[in-house]
Write a protein that binds this ligand. Sequence first.
Ligand code: AHR
Length: 673
Amino acid sequence: MKNSIRFFLPQASALILAVPLILLAQSSAPTELRIHADQVTAHVSPLLYGLMTEEINYSYDGGLYAELVRNRNFKEDAKQPVHWQMVAGHGAMGSISLDSGNPLNEANGVSLKLAAEKAAPNQPVGVANDGFWGIPVRPRTSYHASLWAKAAAGFTGPLNLAIVSNDGAVVHAKAQVPRLTTDWRKYEATLTTGDAPVSADNRLVISMTAPGVVWLNVVSLFPPTFDNRPNGNRQDIMKLLAAMKPAFLRFPGGNYLEGNTVATRFDWKKTIGDNSARPGHMDDAWRYWSSDGMGLLEFLEWCEDLHMEPVLGVYAGYSLRGGARFKPGPELEPYVQEALEEIEYVTGGPNTAWGARRAKDGHPAPFHLQYVEIGNEDNGDRETGSYEGRFAQFFDAIRAKFPELKIVATTSVTTRAADVIDEHYYRRSEDEMAFHANDYDTRRRLGGPLVFVGEWATRVGDPTPTLGAALGDAAWMIGMERNSDIVIMASYAPLFVNVNKGGMQWQTDLIGYDTLTSYGSPSYYAQTMFSNYHGDEVLATSAQSVPSREWQPPMPRGGRGPAPTTPQQTPMPLQAPLMFFDATRDGRSGVVYVKVVNRGSTAYPVHITVDGLAAIEPSGEAVVMKGDGPQDTNSITNPEKVKPVTIKADGLSKDFTHTFPPFSVTVLQMKGR
Ligand code: AHR
C-alpha cells in the first residue's frame, strides 16, 4: 500500500497544528520526496542525541567501570564472601571468613579474614576472586592492584598477588606486598603480563607462604583505563560511546535513582571520595550489588572525557515498589536540601562547602550543568499523586538558588512551569514504533514545556536489538529530528548489557559486552549515523506515495495503575509507513543530509526534488546500513554483521531518482550551491 505524507513543518515560535496528512492510497506511483531547502523550519537541537544510563544489566560493575574484582568490600552477601574462594596448595591448611570484628572504617565494617594454619613457599594459602565472569588477561598489559590489609601479630608478610588461570596452571602476572603491619594500610602493586594469550578464565589470587592471620578489604584490580583515568572506565566501551558523539549523559537513572527504599536510592554522598569510604549499596531496582565505584564524580568525569553535558537526575522523595513516599512539606525538605548540595558539588566554586569537597576529591574545576531532572517516571506515583507538590518544592528551591538551571519534570505538572518534560517510549514492535514516528509533528508548540525523550527503544531483540528494531528506531529518530525545535534531547535506553549468563535484567539494550570484548547493535549504528550527520537546520520536506503495511496495534497495556475493569476489544488494524524521510543542513558548509529509512523488503526508487537551491553537486556520499532481513543482528561472536558503510553517491541533482535498498537506513550527503 502507498501513502501520501506531507510534513507541515513547525516553526519554533508559532502555534502549529502540524498534521501529517496520511492519505491511504493503493498506488504504484513512485515515491516522491520534495526538499524545500529555502524553508528552514527549526534548528537541530545541539543536545539532541545523548546517552541515558543507570546500573542495570551490569552496566558499571561488570561493565563500563573497569574494576575487575567483584565484591571488593565483602558486602555483597552478609553471610558468605561470595565471589571469593579459598586456595590452598597441597598439604597446606587455612580458612577464609567474613569478620566484622576488624572494621576498616564506618563505611566498610566487614573484612575478609584469611587464616593460614599451615603454609610454606611451596604450600601457599590464599583467597581467589573470580571477577565479573572472569578476569580478562591480555598480553603485555599492566594491571593496577590495590588493597587494604592488616595482619595479626606474628605475621609480617609477604602477601603474594597473582593473576592465575582458573585451573591454577598458569600464572599470568604477579607482584608482592613485602611487609604488613598490625594496622590497616593501603598497598598498591603493578602486575604485568608477558606474552599471555587473551583469556577470561582467570582469577586474582592473594596468598601467604607462612602461617598467620591477615584481614583484607577494598581489594581492587584495574586494567588500563580510558585516558588512563584512575578508577576509570573500560577502553573498548568508551571508544564505542565516543563514536556516537553523544551530546549529554542523563544519570544516575532510571529506577536506579529511586531504589525500592530510601536506603537503596542513589545516595550520592555515599558515592564520593576514596573507594574505601564508599559502602556500596544493594541495587534492589535491578537486584544486584552496586560498589558505587561509579559515583557522582565518576559520572561527571565520564561526561568530561566524552565532552558530554551532564543531565543530573536528583532523588525526589519517591522510591519504587511501595518504598519511600515523602509528602511535600517538611518530610520532603531533607531531600530537597540533598539535591541542592548535590548541584553545589557539581557546579560550586572552591569557596562553597560542596565545591570544596569536590576539589578535595580531585576535581577543583566546577562542571558545566544546564539541566536537572526531578525524579524519574513519577507518572507511576498514581496512588499518592504527590509529584505535583514534590516537583513544586524542588522547583522553587532550585530556581531560588540556581536560577540559571533548566528544570526537567518527569510527568506533566500544572502549578509550576517545568522547562522540559521527560517522556519515555518503549515500543514492542518495529511497526508500533514506525506508526508513532510522526507523533511529534502534531505536538502543540506554544505554552508547553520542551521535550526530552529520556528513554525510548524499539524492544525487539535479546540481548541487543535486531536490524528490524533499528529500522523502527531510525523512523522514530527521523520524527524527533524533524521536530527538534520541541524535542531538544533524546536518549535510547538501556544503554548497556553484559551478555554473560545472568548479566541481563532488561531485554533489548544498545551495546553488548562480555569480559573481553564489546559490540554495537544495529540500533547503536543507527544512533551513530544520526548523531554524526545532522547539521544545524531542519529543512521542510513533503513526501507522496509512501509505501505502508498493515499493522495490528497491541491491546492496551496496563501501566503501574489499576487493571481495567471492563473487557477490552482488539483494536482495529492500521497502516504503518514503510519509508521515512527528513532533511537537515549544515548552515556553514551547505551540506544537506537526507535521511531515508526503508523498512520494506524491496528496494524503493525515490524521486527526489530540491527547491530553493541553485544547484546540487553531482557527487556526494551515502552512509548506508542494510541487511538481509529484520532478524539480522550483531552479537558478541558476530559483532559487525550489520554496520554502516560509506559509499560514493553519483547522479545527484535538484531532480534525481535514488534507489534505497530493502531493510536500510541511508544518510545521503549532498552539497548544495
Ligand atoms: O530503562 C529501564 C527502565 O525503564 C528505567 O530504569 C525506568 O526509568 C524505565 O521504566
